[in-house]
Write a protein that binds this ligand. Structure first.
Ligand SMILES: C[S@@+](CC[C@H](N)C(=O)[O-])C[C@H]1O[C@@H](n2cnc3c(N)ncnc32)[C@H](O)[C@@H]1O
Length: 272
């Protein structure tokens, strides 16, 4: 039996700590695998905030959440709310679930496997989601809400904002009450512009903010990619940041294969 992947190990650490009804953060939404994972764990009474600076990532994630709702065999609803200062207002629409195939959470899967899962969505859901997207084009201020109505998933707020702004983006009453925050650094798999990627200038303030938002015994995970350009420097910066945290405030671990220095690895921080 081999060791589990870094993505899988991150999820295992979170699964042991995040409780139903809690608040969680996906700091790098990407294709939404971790967003969905957190939404399932937090459950119907929980709340998940997802951050990404690319609209394409939020769109893919919203579709993923929708399909997950569908495969639950219940009625699902997407709420799309226009942000402050944006005209046109939000659109609400509903559709019946039941025609799409069951969706896997994608834990430990490659981007290609995730894309195959994406491609299996029913035509009905795709048609609905396409219409919803067309009705929402526009502002970077917009907040997208994908909420499961009466289902197992937490309500999810997808924010087109840098994770460096997460402390301001979350309601003040959530400070010190967040159970888990996940970071998966690097670039969006399959994106048109692979040059859009995380960078220390925003990653480090975001990690600091996430730590301040966590409750005692809450956990932060960061998957680091030393193998791509800029990824090594970012990984080192994150390690330095975490290594300098006082042990009275946080405990830090690494999950890494020393024989493969280029391979992705995991850093996890548990707040004391
Ligand atoms: C490796 S991907 C995340 C993968 C994702 N967890 C998944 O399951 O597919 C990294 C994501 O971080 C996003 N990103 C880059 N800079 C960011 C920032 N400052 N704030 C939030 N997201 C950012 C990218 O747009 C990209 O979608």
């Amino acid at each position: 039996m081999g060791f589990v992947s870094v993505l899988n190990f991150a999820q295992q650490l979170i699964q042991k700590r995040l409780q139903p009804g809690e608040i969680a953060i996906d700091a790098t939404v990407g294709t939404g695998a971790d967003t969905l994972f957190l939404a399932r764990l937090a459950g119907a009474r929980g709340r998940v905030y997802g951050f990404d600076i690319q609209q394409a990532a939020l769109d893919r994630t919203r579709e993923r959440l929708e399909r997950a709702g569908e495969s639950g065999g219940r009625d699902s609803r997407v709420e799309s709310a226009a942000g402050e200062g944006e005209g046109g207002g939000g659109k609400n629409a509903e559709f019946k679930a039941g025609e799409s195939e069951a969706f896997e959470s994608g834990a430990g899967k490659s981007g290609a496997a995730e894309s195959n899962a994406d491609a299996r969505a029913s035509g009905k859901a795709e048609a609905y989601l396409g219409a919803a997207r067309r009705g929402e084009a526009g502002s970077a201020k917009r907040k997208l809400h994908a909420r499961e109505a009466g289902a197992r998933l937490a309500s999810v707020e997808l924010l087109l904002r840098s994770h460096a702004e997460m402390a301001e983006a979350l309601p003040a009453e959530h400070r010190g009450r967040v159970g888990a925050a996940m970071f998966n650094l690097g670039y969006l798999p399959g994106a048109e512009d692979l040059g859009v990627m995380t960078a220390p200038a925003s990653t480090l303030p975001a990690l600091e903010a996430a730590l301040s938002l966590l409750r005692p015994k809450g956990i932060l995970t960061a998957v680091l990619y030393p193998g791509h350009e800029g990824g090594g420097a970012e990984a080192l910066a994150v390690e330095r940041w975490a290594g300098a945290l006082p042990v009275s405030e946080a405990r830090v671990i690494l999950y890494r294969q020393p024989q493969r220095p280029e391979a992705p690895y995991l850093l996890a921080v548990e707040k004391v």
